[in-house]
Design a protein around this ligand. Structure first.
Ligand code: MCA
Ligand code: AMP
Length: 490
């Protein structure tokens, strides 16, 4: 039996999910996911790693769908609920998904796409499940999930993790951060990335805790906190920035009430992007907590973390998590002691492969099997400190990884754009904000371009700062010099 289901069986009558006032127990999750698994199987004995894309709102239905796909022997491909159709179509076709499961609210948007791609189409609430029938035995080394991540080359790659990878990613965090069935976490993160899927949903349901879902809106988050149930929170720095800014606008009395409530939390974690020390300090004044900062990656789950007990050092990400091996290397993949060097990782948490991209997979690992992260760090008195990424073409905005090259490729398909260069610009709220220097051909207004971009890419990838230029700065080799491009926005 899959380990997530085995763990859930330890807490049958306990509340697992709270979403829009609806409570779902572990027992209900088990029964409903098994029923949906039988529907997915549709008479087959095993989906045999067939890919199932699903676009399901964060709720009990999301967990039921995920567990159903796993129990039927399929590979889960979670889709972003905010992406425009071209991005969704890319994920579905690249993963060659044969089944699409959706929440009812996405029917109008997704049914035509499913028809175009000849997929089996299922609306989750319309499925009344069959309780009888056996489910396949799914071994831990089988593929479980594909998550899409942007890289420095080409289009996003599908990161494949096995059930064993996922189990090891979750177990390391449950142990390090002392999860228990007394915990209650609020999930405001999207559920097509590791941060939401593994750290929040995966760890809470592994531990018999309660996972509550809400969209992110600062006042809504404080209202939920003030109900007094939530004791664990995890978010990207942009969310802590937005919560801090909102707290500062509140009347004195409300500020004190919120701060008193936050003080009672067991744990607050930040990650997915660098947490500025100034933000850590502001949040400490508000909440009386030193945020626990950790470092992770889609290909790894979490790798390095500040301690649960002991010094949480501002500006540092801590030490390797249980079972994870870390080394810092020079450009020749030779160990560089305390660095600076590239973070390279080995361990049971490390992903299996990039989906159908054997060359990219091979290049991502050293000859002796270490995964190359592309992040540079130093080991500073026993604590790792991230210095940055080796590529200027990877931008982190609001915790989302964005490939500058991918955005450039899309912009170049616009008939009124001759050429462009996309860069990440430092920003207090978003970490980095996307900027595009554009060489136009013909007439193109900013508002025309913005509404066109909204059809082409998710909101977080859209360049927020635009400059119109006659030429782009290039080096002797003719390559655009991105650091010079950044200065064009000054
Ligand atoms: C949205 N907006 C932006 C951006 N995103 N503007 C600039 N830069 C951006 N990146 C604009 C929208 O277009 C809109 O503007 C306005 O901000 C509000 O949009 P909305 O989507 O409602 O924003 P939000 O709800 O405030 O979203 C901010 C957010 C979100 C909650 C921080 O970005 C988020 O959920 N980030 C987390 C991503 C995540 O989970 N990453 C983990 C991957 P207008 O009104 O003008 O249209 S990394 C990972 O998994 C690894 C393993 C790890 O280490 O964790
Ligand atoms: P993703 O590919 O979306 O999983 O993002 C992973 C990347 O996020 C890493 O390679 C880092 O560049 C960045 N990242 C995650 N956590 C941190 C952190 N605490 N500090 C700095 N960068 C981080």
């Amino acid at each position: 039996m899959l380990s997530v289901i085995q763990k859930a069986k330890e807490h049958l009558n306990v509340r697992a999910i709270l979403a829009e006032g609806r409570e779902t127990s572990y027992e209900e999750l088990i029964i409903r996911s098994a029923a949906l698994a039988r529907i997915l199987l549709d008479g087959k004995s095993d989906l045999q790693e067939e890919r199932v894309s699903f676009m399901v709102a964060p709720s009990e239905d999301y967990v039921i769908t995920l567990w159903a796909i796993w129990q039927a022997g399929g590979i889960a491909v979670p889709l972003c609920t905010d992406h425009p159709v071209p991005s969704l179509k890319y994920t579905i076709t690249d993963s060659a998904s044969s089944i699409l499961v959706i929440s009812p609210s996405f029917e109008e948007m997704m049914q035509p796409l499913a028809e175009e791609l000849g997929m089996r189409f299922m609306i989750i609430s319309n499925q009344s499940g069959d309780r009888a029938g056996t489910l396949p035995e799914v071994s831990a080394n089988r593929r479980a999930m594909i998550l899409y991540t942007s890289g420095t080359t080409n289009l996003p790659k599908g990161v494949v993790t096995t059930h064993a990878n996922i189990t090891s990613q979750i177990e390391a965090l449950v142990k390090a951060w002392k999860w228990s069935s007394d915990d209650h976490i609020l999930c405001v993160l999207p559920l097509h990335h590791v941060h939401g899927i593994i750290n929040v949903v995966g760890c809470s349901l592994w531990s018999g805790a309660c996972c509550e879902f809400s969209h992110f809106q600062p006042d809504r988050v404080f209202q939920i906190f003030l109900q007094g149930k939530v004791n664990v929170f995890m978010a990207v720095p942009t969310i802590y920035f937005k919560l801090t800014s909102h707290w500062e606008t509140l009347p004195q009395e409300r500020r004190s009430t919120v701060s008193e409530c936050l003080k009672k939390f067991r744990l607050m974690v930040s990650g997915s992007a660098a947490l500025p020390v100034s933000l850590l300090e502001k949040w400490k004044k508000i909440s009386h907590h030193t945020l626990l900062e950790r470092y992770g990656m889609t290909e790894l789950g979490m790798a390095i973390s500040n301690p649960y007990k002991g010094e949480r050092r501002p500006g540092h990400v801590g030490q390797p998590l249980p079972g994870v091996h870390i080394r810092l290397c020079n450009e020749k993949d030779e160990p560089a002691s305390d660095g600076p060097g590239e973070i390279q990782v080995k361990g049971p948490n490390v992903f299996l492969e990039y989906w159908k991209k054997p060359d990219a997979t091979r290049l991502a690992f050293t000859a002796d099997g270490w995964f190359r992260t592309g992040d540079t760090a130093v080991l500073d008195n026993g604590y790792y400190r991230i210095l940055g990424r080796t590529s200027v073409d990877i931008i982190k905005s609001g915790g989302y990884k964005i490939s500058a090259l991918e955005v450039e490729e899309i912009l170049r398909t616009h008939p009124a754009i001759a050429d462009c260069s996309v860069v990440g610009l430092e920003d207090d709220e978003w970490g980095e904000i996307v900027g595009a220097a554009i060489i136009p051909k013909g007439t193109l207004t900013e508002s025309q371009l913005v509404s066109w971009m909204k059809q082409q890419m998710p909101a977080y990838r859209i360049p927020r700062r635009l400059v119109w230029v006659n030429d782009l700065p290039r080096n002797a080799m003719g390559k655009v010099t991105k650091n010079e491009v950044k200065k064009m926005f000054a």
